[in-house]
Write a protein that binds this ligand. Structure first.
Ligand code: SAM
Length: 195
C-alpha cells in the first residue's frame, strides 16, 4: 500500500481522535488558545500542509485567516472540504504532495503542519521546501511528536533540523491534557520559528 492509499484508509476514522476531530468544545478551545496566538494577525496567508480532514484549516479560517490546505490523500481532502463548507468559511484545499506543493515560493505569512513532518520520506528536504514558501518575515509552525510507540520525531532533532536553515526554533512541550482529550506519555510539542 502506498502512502496515499494508507492515509485514504485512515480518513473515515481519524476524526475520532479528540485532537484530530476537535469535536469536544474544550479540546477545540485548547487548540484555538494554543494556535491562534502563534499566527500573524488575521487575515494572514497560512499554508496547512498535510491538512488531513481539515480541522485546523477550519479553525484558522474561522479566525479570519486565508488558509490553503493540501493533503496527499483524496479522501482526507474530501472530508476537509465538506467540513469547511459546513463551517461556513472559505479555504482552498487541494490534493498534493507536501514535498512539492503547487505554490510559489514566498507566498505565505505562516506555514503550519501538524503530525506531518514525521511522515515525510525526507524530512529535511520537506522542511526546506516549506521554508521557501514563507514570505519575508513569515513564520514556520511545526506541531510534531514522538509517540510512546516509538513512531515520530524527537523535539531536539526537529529543532536541530530547523536551525540548519533558520535562526530561531523555539520548542514548547504540549503537555496540557486539554489538547489531547486526556493525559499522554508521548513527547508532543510545537516548534515555532519566526526567522
Ligand atoms: C496524522 S495526519 C495529520 C492530519 C492533520 N495535519 C491534523 O493534524 O489533523 C497526517 C496527514 O499527513 C498527510 N500526508 C502524509 N504524507 C503526505 C505528503 N507527502 N504530502 C501531503 N500530505 C501528506 C496524510 O494524508 C494525513 O492526512
Amino acid at each position: 500500500m502506498g502512502a496515499s492509499e494508507y492515509w485514504d484508509s485512515e480518513a473515515a476514522a481519524v476524526d475520532e481522535a479528540p485532537d484530530h476531530g476537535l469535536r469536544d468544545p474544550a479540546v477545540r478551545d485548547a487548540w484555538a488558545r494554543l494556535l491562534l496566538p502563534l499566527l500573524p494577525p488575521a487575515p494572514a496567508r497560512v499554508a496547512d500542509l498535510g491538512c488531513g480532514t481539515g480541522t485546523l484549516t477550519l479553525l484558522m479560517a474561522q479566525a479570519g485567516h486565508l488558509v490553503s490546505g493540501l493533503d496527499l490523500a483524496p479522501r482526507m481532502v474530501a472530508v476537509a472540504r465538506g467540513k469547511i463548507a459546513a463551517g461556513g468559511v472559505v479555504a482552498d484545499v487541494v490534493v498534493g504532495d507536501a514535498s512539492s506543493p503547487p505554490w510559489q515560493p514566498g507566498t505565505f505569512d505562516a506555514v503550519l503542519t501538524r503530525h506531518v513532518l514525521w511522515a515525510m520520506p525526507d524530512p529535511e528536504a520537506a522542511l526546506t521546501t516549506w521554508i521557501d514558501l514563507l514570505a519575508p518575515g513569515g513564520r514556520l509552525i511545526l506541531i510534531e511528536g514522538r509517540w510512546s510507540t516509538g513512531v515520530g520525531l524527537a523535539s531536539a532533532d526537529v529543532a536541530e533540523l530547523v536551525l540548519r536553515h533558520r535562526r530561531e526554533a523555539e520548542v514548547t512541550i504540549l503537555d496540557d491534557a486539554a489538547l489531547w482529550g486526556g493525559p499522554t506519555d508521548d513527547e508532543r510539542y510545537v516548534i515555532t520559528s519566526p526567522r
